[in-house]
Design a protein around this ligand. Structure first.
Ligand SMILES: Cc1cc2nc3c(=O)[nH]c(=O)nc-3n(C[C@H](O)[C@H](O)[C@H](O)COP(=O)(O)OP(=O)(O)OC[C@H]3O[C@@H](n4cnc5c(N)ncnc54)[C@H](O)[C@@H]3O)c2cc1C
Length: 414
């Protein structure tokens, strides 16, 4: 049986393990942590075919610069002369235009819709329960300007065949009757869904454990040995593993791990925060995106998860309370009945979105290391795109025809 070694046990690594195991490969997953709290656990749980606009979108540069001067804003880039940030920034600028948006929308939509279908299939399997809920997402706006931007997006979504509707404030109230709303309107992306990420990750881990996948925790890959175009061994200290094929699924740490195999993967960690608040009355029934504030609110397991901010900086353990306050203060502006307190630092979760500069994930066999598949760079959409990525990884490794065209996701692209 052919052996596959996956580096990284986030949603991308575990989904790859799931589909590879189903195809009969002997799979090992190695993670530097204990796989209880990576970026795939504390995220907002939204499954978003509606996010067909990559981070590198028209208008993001001027908007980003305006946000840089507000300590509570949802977006921040730490200015630095670091060569990888400069390289990332230049590629981002090159892609923040309508042409790139037009080129990316269909591949992103197709990857998302494939993933959503795979989540629906998973949820039907008896071993899996992760609160997958198909009620869509409401993107609320308060200002005419945001309303126009959302209407423009909704029009694009319609041409892409995505199910959505533009709602007045009264129509929003009908959908979300138990909470007062202070909004101008919303787009209801009925094509979207949500789930409870920690439950999903634990269900996947359980399934993999029971089905012979070897999951190795607490081992940080620190060296990769290559011979010509092949990876031969992966090391953690003195311990090493051999395999026929390897998968790089190390999220925001991918540039460093790729360098060990003399490869370049351009991405920046986009730090975001989330926290939970008990909501036993379950008044919020449909997840919400607060358009101007860029905050995500998701009902989850009898609580509400609030999440937001995107700080592009080196990986670090700092919690920027000003930005957390920015999230907290934005909520009652849309939902006057929801007034979460500023959480204690110990109750704030943070994770690093592996953000590629053009906003598209990397999913392909490496050209330089032919027994390596690169699967990372999913940015704000990694949870959404996890299963589709895993399926594609398994098809690439099994040398089957991939479920969809993956040209847009070639890893070694400029
Ligand atoms: C606040 C917030 C809200 C979000 N909301 C959503 C959402 O609603 N919907 C959505 O689709 N996405 C969302 N995301 C994005 C999503 O969470 C990520 O894109 C996704 O979790 C990335 O998954 P991953 O498997 O690539 O990386 P990770 O989950 O980060 O996993 C990578 C793993 O690799 C391991 N690793 C790294 N280096 C090494 C090494 N050298 N050796 C061994 N192991 C290593 C790490 O320990 C880690 O476990 C959100 C993110 C944030 C921060």
């Amino acid at each position: 049986m052919s052996k596959v070694l996956i580096i990284g046990g986030g949603i991308v690594g575990l989904s790859s393990a799931y589909y590879l195991q189903k195809k009969g490969f002997q799979v090992t997953v190695i993670d530097k942590g204990d796989i209880t709290d990576n970026c795939s656990f504390g995220n907002a749980g939204m499954i978003v075919p509606s996010h067909f606009v990559p981070l590198a979108a028209p208008g993001m540069i001027s908007q980003g610069i305006r946000w840089m001067f507000n300590s509570k804003s949802p977006f921040y880039v730490r200015p630095s002369l670091n060569a990888s940030l400069i390289g990332w920034g230049l590629t981002f600028m090159k892609h923040a235009n309508e042409k790139h948006l037009a080129k990316s929308a269909e591949p992103l939509r197709d990857l998302s819709l494939l993933s959503k279908k795979l989540y629906e299939d998973l949820a039907k399997a008896s071993d899996f329960s992760f609160e997958l809920t198909n009620k869509g997402i409401l993107a609320f706006y308060k200002t005419e300007k945001a309303g126009e931007e959302e209407a423009h997006l909704a029009e694009k979504a319609k041409t892409l065949g995505l199910d959505m509707g533009v709602l007045s404030a009264q129509e929003c109230k009908i959908l979300q009757p138990d909470l007062n709303l202070d909004v101008l309107g919303a787009v209801h992306y009925r094509c979207d869904a949500h789930l409870y990420p920690a439950k999903l990750m634990n269900a996947l881990l359980d399934y993999l454990n029971k089905n012979g996948v070897d999951i190795i925790r607490g081992k940080e890959v620190d060296k990769i040995e290559c011979n010509g175009d092949q990876i031969t061994k992966v090391f953690s200290g003195e311990t090493f593993w051999e395999a026929d094929q390897f998968v790089l699924a190390t999220g925001s740490w991918s540039p460093a791990v790729a360098r060990m195999a003399d490869l370049k993967v351009s991405l920046m960690p986009g730090k975001g925060y989330s926290f939970m608040e008990k909501e036993p009355q379950n008044r919020l029934t449909i997840p919400a995106l607060l358009c101007e504030a860029r905050v995500a609110i998701t009902p989850m397991n009898g609580s509400i998860r609030y999440g937001g901010t995107m700080e592009l900086d080196k990986i670090n353990t700092r919690i920027n309370m000003q930005r957390v306050k920015g999230i907290v203060e934005s909520i009652p502006k849309y939902f006057p009945d929801l007034n979460p307190a500023v959480p204690d630092e110990k109750d704030i979760w943070y994770g690093f979105r592996p953000s590629s500069p053009d906003g598209l994930p990397y999913i392909s066999r490496s050209v330089k290391r032919k027994n390596l598949i690169i699967a990372t760079g999913h940015g704000m959409m990694g949870l959404s795109l996890g299963p589709a990525t895993g399926l594609l990884v398994s098809q690439i490794i099994a040398e089957e025809k991939p479920e969809m065209d993956i040209k847009a996701f070639v890893a070694e692209r400029s």
